[in-house]
Design a protein around this ligand. Sequence first.
Ligand code: UT7
Length: 331
Amino acid sequence: MRRSHYKSVILGTGSELPSKILTNVALQKLVDTNDEWITTRTGIKERRILEEGRSNADMAHRAALRALKDAGLEPKDLDAIIMGTVSSDYPFPSSACVLENMLGARKVFSLDVNAACSGFLNALAVADSFIQTGMIKTALVLGSDVLSRLLNWKDRATCILFGDAAGAVVLGASNDGHRGILSTKLRTDGSYVKELYVPAGGSLKPATLETVRKNEHTITMNGKEVFKVAVRSMEEISREALDEAGVTVEQVALVIPHQANLRIINALAQRLKIPMSRVMVNLEKYGNTSAASVPVALDEARRQGRIHPGDVVLLNAFGAGFAWGAAVIRF
Ligand code: UT7
C-alpha cells in the first residue's frame, strides 16, 4: 500500500557490458554443447565475460556514472546506494560500500540486497519504500553480477546460460501523482533453496581444498524445476503488481522481464496475453546476467526509444531462493 504522497520516479538509467564476448561457437571448445542446442533451448547466442582483474563494483561504477549523467546528478546528490548482487567483491563488506567509495559519494548509506536474479527488483522495492516514507530523496539502485566467476566451466547445463553485466537506475522523490513507481511486489519460497545455489563458500561450508576440488563454489541448478516455477510465479506476481497499480495488461506499453530463457519469456507473454512486440528481449546478446538483466534491458529499451512519456512498463524477475518480484512504473 502507498503510504505517503511521495512517489519514486526514474531520473536516469545506465548500464555496463564487459567488452569480452563469448559466443556459443566458442563454448563448443569448452564443453560438449553446440550453437543449435543453446539457441533453440535458451535463445542465447553470446554473453559478455568480465576481464580478469576487474571487479563487480568496477562494472557497477561505470553503470552508475552513466545513470547519474543521464539523471543530471552527481554522486554527492545521492542519499542511498542499494545494489542487488550475489557476486560481491568480498564476502563482506557490501559491494555497495566499495562502489560508494569509487563514486566518492559521502553522505549516503549503502547496502547490498541478496536476491539473485530478482536482486534488482528487490533493491528497487527497498529504495522505493525509503523514498515513500520520506527517509531519503534520491537513490542509486543497481543490479550487478559477475556470475562467470561462480560457474563450473565443465558443467554444460549451467556454464552456457550466464553472462556478466551491471545496470543502474537513479530514483528520485516526486510529488507528481501521475508518474513513477505505481507498485512493487516481492515473494520468496525458501523450500527451493537447493534447486539453485552455490553449496560452499558460506559460513556453513567454508572453503577447503576438498570443496574446491569438488567444484562446490560454483552454481548448481535444477533447470527444469526453475523453469516450471518461474513461468507460473512471474505471471502471478505480474498480475498482482498490475492489480495494485490499477492497470490492465492492455495498458502495458512494454514488459521488461528477467532475461534467462526465451522460452520462459514466450510462455510468460502467452499467459499474460501480451504480444512479443511489447516484450523487451536482449538475452541473445548477453545471456542471463542475474540481477543486472532487468536494469540493463530497461536502459537499452530507453535508449532504443521504446519507452515514451506516459508509458506504463511492467518489470518482473525470478531466480534463486526461489525469489521473484514485479514492479509497475509510469514514465
Ligand atoms: O534466472 C534463473 C536462473 N535459471 C533459469 O531461469 C533457468 C531455467 N531453466 C532453463 O532455462 C532450462 O531448464 C535449461 C536451458 C537450463 C535446460 O533446458 P531443458 O530443456 O530443461 O533441458 P534439460 O535440462 O532437460 O536437458 C535436455 C537434454 C539432456 O540430455 P538427455 O538427458 O535428453 O540426453 C541434457 O543432458 O539436453 C542435454 N543438455 C545439453 N546438450 C547440449 C543440457 N545442457 C546441454 C548443453 N548442450 N549445454
